[in-house]
Design a protein around this ligand. Structure first.
Ligand code: PLP
Length: 409
């Protein structure tokens, strides 16, 4: 049993309220739904199975690589959160990027992508997509005229991340959407860093993807992704003849979908808590003379842009980057911070505890060195995904103690 408002209603709600208004009951009226782990479903009448294969039977489940009731249920809640028509959970964030792009570009063609994308996405675009007839130009998305100049007759997609890693630049999604519409392109947005904070569909994105491994999970205990878009586009991903998810197979397990379904209820609270602790930490660092990048600080070049697109009440996000000058200093600081139980030296983000990594030698290492230096992505950057556990004052004190020790100040 299910109660769910329409997509049109969701567009005007806060993500928090939209999540709240999706309710699935368990059997016998349970306040949580049941997990349906079946890999395959039975049919009372053989002719219905044939019709189901041709997409002619509504609400019928065939086989869980095609669709699964628990994964469908999660999709409805995620679609509500993003104010989009439909969503499909997949096995990872990378599965979301690759399947969405290939579904949009069955004949190949050209993508204009932001230069500041996650290193795995960069490597996929640079090394794997060309094998599939897709060429990618990387452009500074802060320069809209450069974006427009890069568009060719073969271009099909503009690809952006709402907030970039690790310099925390912000894309002007509304302006990109205007460009996309002018040239008949699809705007695809990776919103992994800013779930609930920013709703790209409200700003004109056609397709939104997330790595659910990060904030949406919040537990650093599973790998998952989601593709969101129109009902028609999401259905095309599982078409038995042409669907990239159906036919390349990176589907989401029902148990993972169930976990995420429950965790979505506290995602808005977690995002606000991440933002609160990150802003506290960034301000304390700034006051103490640390070279800190945080989009909520008055000196950040994209603060006004971010403010103009934020959903109110969730802050400026949980990511903070510190410029330590050299890779050696960044690693030394991270090691000291780990000793002091400030955080854990590990890639990824969105965990309840602080995670620290040096992007130039980890999550952005796939990006060639000359490209990294064009972006300003230097060896000395230490990226912090600020957790919300612990006392902000005490965590700031631990950071500053280690910082002063490493920099002898
Ligand atoms: N997009 C962004 C912005 C990411 O940071 C990541 C992973 O770090 C991905 C996509 C890929 O997600 P996953 O690791 O779930 O495949």
């Amino acid at each position: 049993m299910e109660t769910r408002p329409s997509d049109v209603e969701n567009r005007f709600k806060s993500p928090n309220q939209a999540i709240r208004d999706v309710q699935h009951f368990g059997e016998e009226g349970g306040v949580v739904p049941v997990i349906d782990v079946a890999a395959t479903s039975s049919f009372l009448h053989p002719e219905d199975m044939e019709r189901a294969f041709h997409g002619e039977v509504e609400g019928c489940y065939l086989y869980s690589r095609h669709s699964n009731p628990t994964v469908v249920m999660l999709g409805k809640k995620l679609a509500a959160m993003e104010g989009m028509e439909a969503a499909l959970g997949v096995a990872s964030g990378m599965a979301a990027v690759s399947c969405a792009i290939e579904q949009l570009m069955p004949q190949g063609g050209h993508i204009v992508s932001s230069r500041m994308v996650y290193g795995g996405t960069y490597a996929l675009f640079e090394n794997v997509m060309p094998r599939r007839g897709i060429q990618v130009s990387f452009v500074d998305f802060g320069d809209l005229s450069a974006v427009e100049r890069a568009i060719t007759p073969q271009t099909r997609v503009l690809y952006a991340e709402t907030m970039s890693n690790p310099l925390l630049g912000v894309c002007n999604l509304s302006a990109l959407s205007v460009l996309a519409k002018k040239h008949g392109l699809k705007l695809v947005v990776d919103n992994t860093f800013t779930p609930v904070l920013v709703s790209p569909a409200r700003l004109g994105a056609d397709v939104v993807i997330h790595s659910c491994t990060k904030y949406i999970s919040g537990g650093s205990d599973l790998i998952a992704g989601v593709i969101l878009g129109s009902t028609e586009f999401i259905a095309s991903l599982i078409d038995v003849n042409t669907g990239t998810v159906m036919l390349t197979g990176p589907v989401m397990d029902a148990r993972v979908a169930y976990e995420l379904y429950l965790r979505l209820d506290h995602l808005p609270i977690r995002m606000a808590a991440h933002s609160r602790s990150a802003e506290f930490m960034a301000r304390r660092m700034l006051e103490s003379g640390v070279r800190v990048i945080y989009p909520g600080l008055e000196g950040h070049p994209d603060r006004a842009l971010l403010k103009s697109i934020l959903n109110p009440g969730y802050g400026f996000g949980g990511m903070v980057t510190v410029d330590c000058g050299t890779g050696q200093k960044a690693r030394l600081l991270a090691a000291r911070l780990q000793d002091e139980k400030f955080g854990l030296y590990a890639v990824s983000l969105g965990f309840s505890r602080t995670l620290m990594s040096c992007p130039a030698s980890s999550t952005s290492s796939e990006i060639p060195e000359d490209e990294r230096s064009r972006m300003g992505l230097t060896e000395g950057l230490l990226r912090l995904s600020i957790g919300f556990t612990g006392d902000d004052e005490e965590m700031a004190r631990r950071f500053m103690t280690c910082y002063r020790e490493v920099f002898s100040i």
